[in-house]
Design a protein around this ligand. Structure first.
Ligand code: HEC
Length: 190
């Protein structure tokens, strides 16, 4: 009798555990268009794509994260469907006269978070893009204010237009820099 009970429990547990492990993230089960992809709540726990990008032109510091699916990519490959990239855009702190402050390391001092950009790709997500000439493969774009929820006023076709020439790098500007700096390059994909 006892054995039977345990088998039932074990089967149930296995179903639950197996079921969880099998559940793909939402980014793989539904289609997103521009402006629809939310800021994933856990992105700060993701692998860092690049840190402390110094944008002297816009006086900004940027932090880019990539989800674990995207992080499995090897140099030379496109990012797989299910990849999501999140970029935090911070204002560089300024002195009273408007010149950006610099730390002992010569880098900008990170000020307030201005916006959070999201890029993600999935099977056929690019199909919804008009005009088709602005298609960036199957990537879609969203831009949020600092709270990560309020949509930023940015026209999302401008994202596409600027990233479009990067076709050879899967539309990712700092593709080479990422793979060159990534510490676990040798282990990637395995
Ligand atoms: C004028 C060019 C330009 C426009 C417009 C632009 N981007 Fe980018 N984007 C860049 C550059 C350059 C980078 C690399 C980081 C850096 O140098 O700031 C980047 C990086 C990113 C990243 C990090 C992943 C990656 O591709 O490296 C995301 C996410 C992103 N942009 C989203 C957006 C969204 C969303 C919009 C529109 C609201 C947008 N971008 C508009 C130039 C642009």
């Amino acid at each position: 009798m006892k054995t039977v009970k345990w088998v039932a429990v074990a089967t149930m547990l296995a179903t639950v555990l197996f079921g969880c492990a099998q559940t793909p993230p939402a980014s793989q089960t539904r289609t997103f268009k521009d402006g629809e992809l939310p800021v994933p709540p856990n992105y700060k726990s993701w692998p860092k794509f690049l840190s402390e990008i110094q944008r002297t032109d816009t006086k900004q510091v940027r932090e880019i994260y990539i989800n674990p699916i995207g992080h499995t990519t090897k140099m030379g490959e496109d990012f797989p469907n299910g990849t999501i990239s999140v970029m935090e855009i911070y204002k560089a702190r300024e002195a009273a006269d408007g010149t950006p402050l610099k730390g002992a390391d010569g880098k900008f001092v990170k000020g307030e978070l201005l916006k959070v950009a999201v890029m993600g790709k999935g099977a056929d997500w690019g199909d919804s893009v008009t005009p088709p000439a602005l298609r960036n493969g199957d990537w879609v774009y969203s831009m949020y204010m600092a709270d990560g929820k309020t949509k930023a006023p940015d026209e999302l076709s401008t994202c596409r237009a600027c990233h479009l020439p990067l076709k050879d790098k899967d539309y990712i500007f700092r593709y080479d820099e990422y793979f060159q700096k990534r510490s676990d390059n040798s282990k990637s994909g395995g």
